[in-house]
Design a protein around this ligand. Structure first.
Ligand SMILES: NC(=O)c1ccc[n+]([C@@H]2O[C@H](COP(=O)([O-])OP(=O)(O)OC[C@H]3O[C@@H](n4cnc5c(N)ncnc54)[C@H](OP(=O)(O)O)[C@@H]3O)[C@@H](O)[C@H]2O)c1
Length: 253
């Protein structure tokens, strides 16, 4: 994993699911691994479980939805390592909402984590990335960013926003030699999806998602989307006429 060797790497949302799997995988590489999430005790356990591994692991308590918490987290990273080379901005939440319990506070919570959490970290990272004229920002969006699926409107909207924020930065930061990568998973088995009661097509284990993401970052792909068949399906959904989408979505709800 040459891309990560002796680099300062940040993973947000490392206390569970995909982020935790990426952290355990990168623990095999000599690098400084900054793991951020609210449940710092889980991050500390990851660090102690991997204490004999090549990576130096730094657990950082951080609520990405809180700008001040993100600033404090970055200040701690700077104290320890000076800067970040590779940021994997993965923190995210999902709640399904029904028309019967339509609740703006749920939308607010999802947008605060999935959109503002991404923006807060990019805000603190950018000055150092631009002045160093190097680095990678890999943001985790979703293949659910193309259409508004029933009961997941807030989540889909948050991921559509994340995709567009990353896309615009990808172009803007090219001249600064900063690579922006958009990660779009399909269904991955994690605590986030364990609560889903519907059948999730082509569900893959989080360890497989972590492998694909790490390899994609190494190849400096602009978009890392997987699994292939779900990625193709989501592209078809995007171009599908509304009346067909409505019929399919109505049956799936
Ligand atoms: N699983 C899937 O099928 C799937 C598909 C597409 C995209 N994704 C995206 O992949 C990412 C990871 O999801 P996952 O499936 O691994 O979910 P997960 O197992 O629920 O993990 C979510 C992570 O986000 C962190 N997080 C949540 N709120 C946070 C906050 N306010 N501040 C800091 N960290 C916060 C959690 O840590 P704490 O609770 O400790 O803070 C946890 O580590 C998310 O962005 C998700 O939208 C997942």
């Amino acid at each position: 994993m040459a891309t990560f060797f002796e680099k300062n790497v940040l993973i947000t949302g490392a206390s569970s699911g995909i982020g935790m799997e990426i952290a355990n995988k990168l623990a095999n590489t000599k690098c400084n691994l900054f793991l951020a999430a609210r449940r710092v005790e889980i991050l500390e356990k990851i660090a102690s479980d991997n204490k004999n591994m090549p990576a130096n692991i730094y657990p950082i308590e951080c609520d990405v939805s809180d700008k001040e918490s993100v600033s404090k987290a970055y200040a701690r990273i700077k104290e320890n390592a000076g800067y970040i080379d590779i940021a994997i901005l993965n923190s995210g939440i999902s709640h399904r909402t029904d028309k019967l319990d339509y609740d703006s506070s749920v939308a607010q919570e999802i947008f605060n984590v999935n959109i503002m959490g991404l923006v807060h970290f990019i805000e603190v990272l950018l000055p150092d990335y631009k002045s160093r004229r190097s680095g990678i920002i890999a943001g985790v969006s979703s293949l659910a960013d193309k259409r508004g699926f029933s009961k997941s409107g807030f989540y889909c909207a948050s991921k559509a926003a994340a995709t567009l924020i990353l896309e615009s930065l990808r172009v803007e930061l090219k001249n600064y030699n900063v690579k922006v990568i958009t990660i779009k998973p399909g269904f991955v088995k994690t605590p986030m999806t364990d609560k889903n009661k519907f059948k999730m097509p082509l569900l893959i284990p989080a360890s497989k998602a972590a492998d694909i993401i790490v390899k994609g970052i190494e190849k400096e792909k602009s978009i890392i989307e997987f699994p292939l068949m779900t990625a193709i399906g989501s592209k078809l959904l995007r171009i599908m006429p509304d009346f067909i989408f409505d019929t399919i979505a109505d049956k799936a709800k």
